[in-house]
Every structure is written in C-alpha cells, then in structure tokens.
Design a protein around this ligand. Structure first.
Ligand code: NAG
Ligand code: NAG
Ligand code: NAG
Ligand code: NAG
Length: 377
C-alpha cells in the first residue's frame, strides 16, 4: 500500500515558505485535534494544510478503494431496465434505521456495502448489500449538531481504501475526516460550503466550495483546479457546483447546477468546456435542469442525474443532446419514476444506482449488455 502514501511535511504556509517543520512538534500555531494521529493541520487564508509524520504512515491519504467504472462492460448499445428495484429506504421518509430522509448521495464500500448520506437524518448509514440487508449508523448517531461527533444536513460521503470517510457536513460548513472505528470526525476544512468531493487514484482530495466564489480545491495543497472566479456563467466560472468526477487524464467533470450544464476542466486549464446542457434551463433533450449527479463509463459517455427534470440522461461522448434512460414518464414514486434524483453510480457489473432524493430511496436499474458483445470488435 506504499504507493498510496502522501506526505505534506511542510512548514509555515504563508507565501508557501518552508520553514523546517519537524516531527513531533508542540507548536501552538498548529491545531491539535488530530494530534492523536501524529498529524497536524493549520489554516492559512481559509485553506487547511495537513502535516503527516513519517512514523504514522497509515494516516496518510489513501486512494479510493477501486478504480471506478474500470471494468463495467458498458457499451454504447447497452440498455438499462427502466423499472428500478429499491435497494435502500422506501417511498416514505422516516427516522428508522431502515428508513431514509432525503438521501443526497452514496458510495460503495469495498465490503459489499453502501454508505449513504442521509441528509435530513443528519447521519451516514452503512447499508449491507450482501443479502443481510442490515444497517448501522456510522456517523452522526447523536443527532443534529455542530460537535465533531454530529452532522447537520450532511450532503456527501466518500471513502478511501482504508475506509476513512470524507464527509461534506454542509450544514456546518465543514469537511470532516472520519477514521474507521472512531466515533467522531476531524474537521479538515471549515467555513467551506462543501458539496462535491472525490479522491483521485494518487490519493489527492478534490473538494467543491459551492460558495460565492464557487470553486474546486485540491486539498491539502490548497490549489484551485476549477472556478474561483466568482459565481457566474462564464466559462471560467461556476454557479452552485455539486458533484465532481475525474477521468484518467485528470480532467474534472463538474455538475454546474445553476448553470444547467456539465463542464469539463482539463488539468491545468483556465476555463471549462461545456459537455452537456448549457442551453438554458428546460427539459428538451439538449437541455438540463439543475443537474446534480455525474457518472462516466469507460468509454467516457456521460450519465447525468437531471435533478429538476426527474430523470437520468446519457450523453454519448461528443454528442449535442442526451437520451433519457430512466424517468421517461415524468416525476413520481412508481418503480420507473424518480423524484429529484441527486446522485448516480455504476456498480462493477454496470448496474445503475440512483439516489432518488425526494422519494427517500436508493434505486438500482439493471443493465442489459446483450447488444454489446457483437459491437466490440
Ligand atoms: C449498436 O448495435 C448496432 C446493431 O447491432 C450496430 O450497427 C452499431 O454499430 C452499434 N453501435 C455501437 C455504438 O456500438
Ligand atoms: C453480510 O455481511 C455481514 C458483515 O460482514 C455478515 O455479518 C453477514 O453474515 C453477511 N450476511 C450474509 C447473508 O452474507
Ligand atoms: C454550536 O451549537 C451550539 C448549540 O446549538 C451553539 O450555541 C454554538 O454557537 C454553535 N457553535 C458554532 C461554532 O456554530
Ligand atoms: C469557501 O466558501 C466560504 C463561503 O461559504 C468562503 O468564506 C471561504 O473563503 C471559501 N474557502 C475557500 C478555500 O475557497
């Protein structure tokens, strides 16, 4: 697992000067609440810098558990059964362990599980998918609040390969790092309107600040990799960005919600390129309405949780419009309907999972690859 280890043994963050930081330190200038891991963090101009000490390798940032969509077998001719199967929650909001209250996102765990950001229950629920269908609250069991063991309108959770969670605790305007088997989180970014988040394969964290100065920040370096030019609809701006994705070339795909478009920022670019929507708000096939979830298959076709249109659309790579995969009959809670979907992901088999936000459930749509094999060669 050595490849995953990243060090940030740097000193004073001011003007990026390095000032001979050594471990261990008893420096009052550093926040100490993760000293128990021999890691320290410091804020400078609102950006947190993380310091790792070499004798505690296991607390460095690890990459995500699997390379997403690497082997999903999805081809352009694949279809999905438009009738979904409920995998978590039901059509009714609730506070029970097997109920959800506006689940805004989810992520698959390595152990055949799903971690759900159960937004209005202010908790992260781990849902086993191995047939036992049992649940446990792994963060936020104490209810809404601003202590380190509490969450407020939690929006997103992602996992690294050591099962450390990174949580957008949006109502508290902070990002928490929550180590496996601990019952509280460590704030790594504060005063930060976190909506989207990802870990790349090198173990760098990318976080969306959906603030007045909407941007994507690479953490802990503090480098702005998209936006950062004020909230707006120019190509170098974003307006309430939400979910983000990264591809093999390190381009970042962003659900630019209030611009009703998906944009792609090539690594190092000063502005983004619109790859879906961007044609005003609406429900025509060349339009989107507050798109929130994005997914890519291995052929770089784009899949969008078109929140305001209650549908999942696919934009084949390079195309100027999408096709509706799920939700053709409009909003509702029937098995073939969605209400304000917010997130979507493929599992290893290419089945499509959707966070059906206002129906308080996670739906799965099975893939049919039978039209794929003949077209591969
Ligand atoms: C889809 O299948 C059709 C008929 O089998 C084939 O002609 C076409 O090339 C395929 N398209 C793609 C993109 O694979
Ligand atoms: C599912 O996984 C859990 C935890 O690993 C285990 O306790 C349980 O027995 C499993 N259930 C089934 C049906 O495999
Ligand atoms: C945390 O919550 C308590 C109780 O609601 C409140 O008094 C306090 O001001 C909050 N602290 C912050 C930093 O928001
Ligand atoms: C994040 O957004 C908040 C406003 O919500 C702003 O005050 C803060 O400076 C931003 N931080 C960064 C690092 O962009």
């Amino acid at each position: 697992m050595l490849r995953s280890i990243m060090y940030f043994i740097i000193g004073c963050c001011i003007l990026n000067r390095i000032c001979g930081f050594t471990c261990p330190v008893g420096n009052n200038g550093l926040h100490s609440n993760i000293n128990d891991h021999h890691s320290f963090w410091q804020c400078s101009n609102g950006i947190a810098y993380l310091f790792h000490c070499p004798n505690m390798l296991s607390y460095a940032i690890a990459p995500p558990p699997t390379v997403e969509n690497n082997d999903d077998g999805i081809c352009s001719n694949a279809t999905w059964n438009p009738i979904g199967i409920t995998k978590a929650g039901s059509n009714k909001r609730g506070t029970g362990l097997n109920e959800l209250d506006f689940p805004s996102s989810f992520v698959f765990g390595a152990d055949s599980s799903m971690y759900i950001a159960d937004t209005f229950n202010h908790r992260i629920v781990k849902w086993l998918l191995n047939g036992s269908n049992s649940q446990s609250i792994i963060a936020g069991a104490k209810g809404i609040g601003n202590q380190t063991d509490q969450l407020r309108y939690v929006h997103r959770v992602i996992l690294d390969e050591e099962n450390t969670m990174y949580i957008c605790d949006s109502g508290n305007s902070r990002v928490l790092r929550w180590f496996k088997n601990e019952n509280y989180g460590h704030p790594i970014l504060e005063n930060f309107r976190c909506w989207g988040m990802l870990l790349d394969n090198d173990g760098s964290l990318y976080v969306v600040n959906s603030s007045d100065n909407s941007l994507v920040l690479k953490w802990p370096e503090g480098k702005i990799v998209a936006g950062g030019n004020g909230r707006g609809n120019a190509f170098n701006q974003l307006r309430y960005p939400d979910n983000i994705l990264i591809d093999r070339e390190n381009s970042i795909y962003i659900a630019d919600v209030d611009n009703h478009r998906i944009v792609k920022w090539v690594a190092g670019a000063k502005e983004g390129v619109v790859i879906a929507g961007g044609n005003g708000v609406g429900k025509c096939l060349h339009q989107l309405q507050q798109p929130m979830g994005v997914a890519l298959d291995s052929m770089e076709n784009l899949y969008v949780a078109d929140h305001g249109n209650h549908r999942i659309v696919r934009w084949l790579k390079g195309s100027k419009s999408g096709d509706v995969l799920i939700g053709k009959s409009g909003p509702g809670d029937a098995p073939d309907q969605l209400r304000m979907p917010t997130d979507l992901k493929f599992d290893r088999n290419g089945h499509l999972w959707v966070s059906d936000y206002s129906n308080h459930r996670i739906q799965m749509f099975t893939i049919d690859k039978s039209a794929c094999s003949s077209t591969t060669y």
